[in-house]
Design a binder for this molecule. Sequence first.
Ligand code: F6R
Length: 629
Amino acid sequence: MCGIVGYVGQRPAQEILLAGLEKLEYRGYDSAGVSVLTGGEIASVRAVGNLSKLREAVEQGSIGSDPHETGPPVAVAVAEEPATSGIGHTRWATHGRVTESNAHPHFDTNDRVHVVVNGIVENYLSLKQRMTDMGADYTSETDAEVIAHLISHHMASAGSLTEAVCAAYNELEGHYAFVAMSADEPGMLVGARKECPLIVGRGDGEQFLGSAVPAFLAHTRDVQFIENGEVVVLRPGGVQFLRPDGTPLEREITHVDWDEATAEKGGYETFMLKEIHEQADAVAETIVDRTARGTGIDLAEAALDESLLQNIDRILILAAGTSFHAGLIGRYAIEEWARIPVEMDIASEWRYRNPIVSERELVIGITQSGETADTLAAMRLAQERGAKVLACTNVVGSQATRDADGVLYTRAGLEVSVAATKTFVCQVAAMYLLALRLAELRGTMEPARITELVSEIQHLPNRITELIDRLDAPVKAAAERHADSNFYLYLGRHVGRAVALEGALKLKEISYIATDAYAGGEMKHGPIALLDESTPVVCVATDMPILDKMISNIQEVRARGAHVIAIATEGDDRLEPVAEEVIYVPRTDWMLQALLAVIPLQLFAYHVARKRGLNVDQPRNLAKTVTVE
Ligand code: F6R
């Protein structure tokens, strides 16, 4: 999740921008940069690494070096008048490696327009080709750079930065927020938003922009929220809101009395709740360009030899914890769609059993951090024994990405809460994409069926938003009713079992309540002895081919008098008669339903733990990254 800051006013901009970026550090980043407008020219500096590296580069006077030159930056005379407007960015790499030239701000060929961007431009390849044909000179591997060239191109005909941003906005597809400045229109910033966050801070004779309120909280608490599909024009004296067709809009000013910590959490009471709410955006980032064709899946970026994928005999998925549960869903999807046998194991078990693996196998290591010691060791062992290894991870440059033969990124942004939520749904989404790509390559599905599933995958972000908006309050009420229980059983079958395992793990790790998760059909072989009238049993019973069997298992639970909380698919009336409580998730393809079904279980765990007054972001005895074996 990149961070954006912008300032236009009377005060020196550089320090305001750097301090604003420091307040966005919690979002995670791997490189950063600022551009300021001084003496009719834009001076810019970028650096790989943390913000102290950017500060060093700024202090060395490299700001203003010619960005088209290669080699060490050239110090230039510091402008007599300090710059009073500028933009800054922290980058979390998605397209393109972690390098200085891929860091933002990006600029046009004449270095007159600079932009900072958060998100993904889905149609950047065609736009890039068009701009290149018109003479644009690209200096980065990013999708974001195209926005600078496109605005510059439109400025030539539109005449103003505002009109050029509107024209560019109308051509861009994807999921982004950006801010542009032009050396030809000093004292002005123009921002635009489609899905990704961007907020205005109102000052007296100065205005601010940020991806989140902490970017400018030290200067103002008066904010204006930019809605999707809106453009804003900031000048020291005021802010204009527009639709991209130029229609002016009114926007009220809201006073936020958040302290800094609340602001970092975007107004949510915890990082975990914020991250649960970020899941729609995170999944959209993970799938957007990879499903852009509409008829299939593009995973070229994973850099795996696709002829290998066509010929493998078996897949082995290795992971730990929540990532293991994502792998389990991946296993079902790959077997169902691509008809390749998939084995799964816990990395810390597999590596110590003198495993058998061959060159005709693909090993997938799933690890959101990319640093889990057991998963890394298992991946290395698989490589030593001849297998090709694909890492599925959230962290660019992590050890897993350096060790693996190919990398499939989840693009969830930084996850602060120890309990994995948004990284989990992105891992599941990545597994769906991989399974469909394998099906395409191996011809195991009708193209029309693949197109149908791609469309369902594209709808997942909206369904997640709808689900969270509708379910947060009722799930909270259910969680509060059951918060005193000291044991929960979770049941599910097929992909529902993976969801049950994840729901049970989430509850135990943040609420410290004992949970067990079982395959529905296995319950009668032991765990049924645990059931009595006081036991809440969470049953994942969403649409799937063996739902009837799951309903029979629920009947067995009911016969012992336990209390059934069922997760079901909207429109399915078979659960009401057999469950005390039913929580409905939106209908989609039954395999994809697993990704949606886990969300009420995350919310349930969250609200139980909060009702018990626990610190969900940092549960006892747990660390976000487990680097010990
Ligand atoms: C649970 C959780 C852990 C991790 C596990 C693996 O919420 O976060 O179970 O899933 O420690 O971590 P990664 O995915 O970083 O390898």
